[in-house]
Design a protein around this ligand. Sequence first.
Ligand code: IMP
Length: 443
Amino acid sequence: MMTSTVILGTQWGDEGKGKITDILTEGRDAVVRYQGGNNAGHTIVIGDKVFKLHIVPSGVIRQDTLSIIGDGCVVDPFVLMEEINILNGMGVDTGMVLISDRAHVIMPYHRFTDGLEERARKEGKKVGTTGRGIGPCYQDKAGRFGIRMGDLRYPAILREKIERGVERAGDMALKLDVEFDMNADKIMSDVTDCYGFLSGHIRDTSSILTEMVQRGSSILLEGAQGVFLDIDKGTYPFVTSSSCSSGYGSAGSGIGPLDIKRIIGIVKAYTTRVGEGPFPTELTDETGRRLRESGREFGTTTERPRRCGWLDLVMVRSSTAWNSITDLALTKLDVLAGIDPVKVCVEYEIPGKTADESGYETVLRYFPSHIEVLKEVKPRYIEMEGFGDISIDDLRNIRSTGEVPEPVSRYIDIIERETSSKVSLLSYGPDRNETIILDQRIL
Ligand code: IMP
């Protein structure tokens, strides 16, 4: 029986969640985004048309599935309006898209201050944000002067909040000696137009979900980014401003934690990272370049090249434990084709420091909390026979477990042994049928 399931990235985002989400959406009553905003990106293919979605949940392409942007999200209403318009233009019915009235609104001045804050950070300290206003919007939320989607119904409240927001952004521009020409009247009028377009979609989605859970509906909670971009568990401050952990699947949607029965962690067969911050298994050599090229590792939202490295099981082990992951889905296996040998990081060492000096044991099996420790760690690898003789076609033609080539099986065994979790799905190409479901219960 299908129940409520969370799907989340176990690394630094871009694990290939879009395709797996699409597979797991089939037959669901609702798909819910519970954190983040249009910093995420996933590609959907409808016939010969390809479209990159940033905020609308991927359930939108299925009739009869509610696509909910939940309480914990931040929403740029202009981007959302544009996505809905484009989807409509492609013949997609967007009537089932609902936006929580508790979700926070990204305003034009949030985008502006996102850029300013990034500019003001010194070299080496830049976060490398997507520039979509995510951080400043969550700052306003935590500061308790944010604008929620529900505020769009109340022009007087909205106007006062916009005025304060513009004033604060103006102060910051003045301090940094940057030109600033935003005014509250114009923003108010643009947002009001936008509200006219979106109003039919704005609802108390927590209550809707509560009733759905009571009726026994099947709901997929779609996490964005990944555990190591999580504001608490990630490589702070090189993180996003929301919680990307499974626990927030409950808080950011309104579905109680005990109503979530399955938590699926997506693991890419190697590691990538966009933006700045330490990356222990990074490969700056030919292998790294090869992973980037064959894995098409360029950001969906920003098109920036992604940094690439070996699979890091210290990360995946930590993700699995912290998030009560019940199943792993291993993606992009085809990208390792032809690479021999293959390495997998199973522990970190902190060379040359005593436990008292670093605050940690000298060998780490779980991800450290401080980036200064992370910068110093040396990965301990298991080197194994690679996928040298296995061509991409060999992988893509697999149709059952028995056909999984030996080196791939060994790779899976190591992942399962080191994370104490089970791999329930393999993906080795972008297409839906380039997938093996090892445990049907995840569907
Ligand atoms: P922000 O979310 O735009 O504030 O960016 C903060 C950090 O998170 C930056 O390093 C971004 O590159 C990264 N980031 C945000 N969204 C994604 C994503 O969907 N995939 C990968 N990295 C992301």
